[in-house]
Design a protein around this ligand. Sequence first.
Ligand code: NAD
Length: 393
Amino acid sequence: MDTVNIALIGDGFMGRAHSNAWSQVGKFFDPPVRPVLHTVCAREADKLARFAERWGWQNTSTNWHDVVTSADIDLVDIATPNDTHAEIAIAALKAGKHVACEKPLANTFYAARQMRDAAREASGKTSTWLNYRRCPAVAYAYKLVEDGVLGDITRVDAAYLQDWADKTVPLIWRFDNEVAGSGTLGDLVAHVIDMAQFVTGELITEVAGAYLKTVIDQRELQTGDAGGGIAADTERTAERGKVTVDDTVAFTSLLSGGGVATFQGARQAWGNENRNRLEVSGSKGALRFDFEDMNVLWLYDATRPRGVRGWTRIMCTHAPDHPYVDNWWPDAHLLGYEHTFVNQSYDVLLSLAGQEPTVPLPDFEDAFQTQGVLAAVQQCAESRQVVPLASVE
Ligand SMILES: NC(=O)c1ccc[n+]([C@@H]2O[C@H](COP(=O)([O-])OP(=O)(O)OC[C@H]3O[C@@H](n4cnc5c(N)ncnc54)[C@H](O)[C@@H]3O)[C@@H](O)[C@H]2O)c1
């Protein structure tokens, strides 16, 4: 296979991020197979035609069924709202396609399990756009922990905090439980759950003390397919509808190595615009990452004499030490959000060619495990009981 014909489903926020990734990857990396921007599919034909022209997609369609079963397509890239992931992914896997799906894997644990099961039976390879693994600083943190720099992991403190969802934002799909499956939990905290498990190499085994709260419970209704982008410039009516998801999340959890991990998420954490933050402590030291300063990783070496200990600021732009950056720019010529998607598209292409990705790629099995944590948090918040992951159904 020299080329991979891609079908992208969705032309919203992630449609743009993925289109950029597939068109940039061959310019900065040397992938073993070349991506072809074959077909883009979404619901509004006019908008879609403009989108295809702008991003260089060869064909358009408003019927994802036809697209994912077409003999021309090798990889189906799903960038639609959460309630559509399972149907599209399962149809694509049954048609023998590879699938790259946005997170969270699905809107329910049940749908996620169906996707995981379909992936187990399929010939195609799966991956999930849990893209923050591919910030060079996060990928480097993974490697440092793997090399034993932190020793035994004792604690994780993770949070994904944003502040866009004030009362002026209308009732976009992200506030609808039927579509999204959860609010901040699946939208934001899914990312830090994945990052925490990825960096530590450990799994969450039980969840306790979970709270899910809706801060703004009514919003103006939106008209048309204006998208769920957080800067949704969208028409709305004066009528209001009910928000059926969480705005704020907090929970504690146990890691498979015995350490304790705490998580928080919010959409009204004023002053935190995209603070995706992770701190990991071990018997020998600690690491700290904050996406608002995403090129930097902080390392604390607790094996040094007390008097000279302190946080070391590492600019993760130095090739070849820091993953991915030899394909980008010289030292401290900084990377941004979009590079995480380009880095991931490179690793997807490596994996399709049977090669090892730069760092592990989250497949449907991994994303299903993360979905299990989301379900455990929901069950814990409702029951006020400790929820072992093994008990989630
Ligand atoms: N990895 C990340 O950092 C990240 C960031 C934002 C969103 N996401 C995820 O990406 C997905 C999409 O989110 P978004 O912000 O791009 O949403 P969006 O509302 O901006 O775009 C959704 C797109 O899906 C299309 N669509 C909806 N139903 C469809 C259907 N039945 N057939 C064809 N197209 C359909 C819409 O036309 C639109 O183009 C969600 O699962 C979300 O959780 C991930």
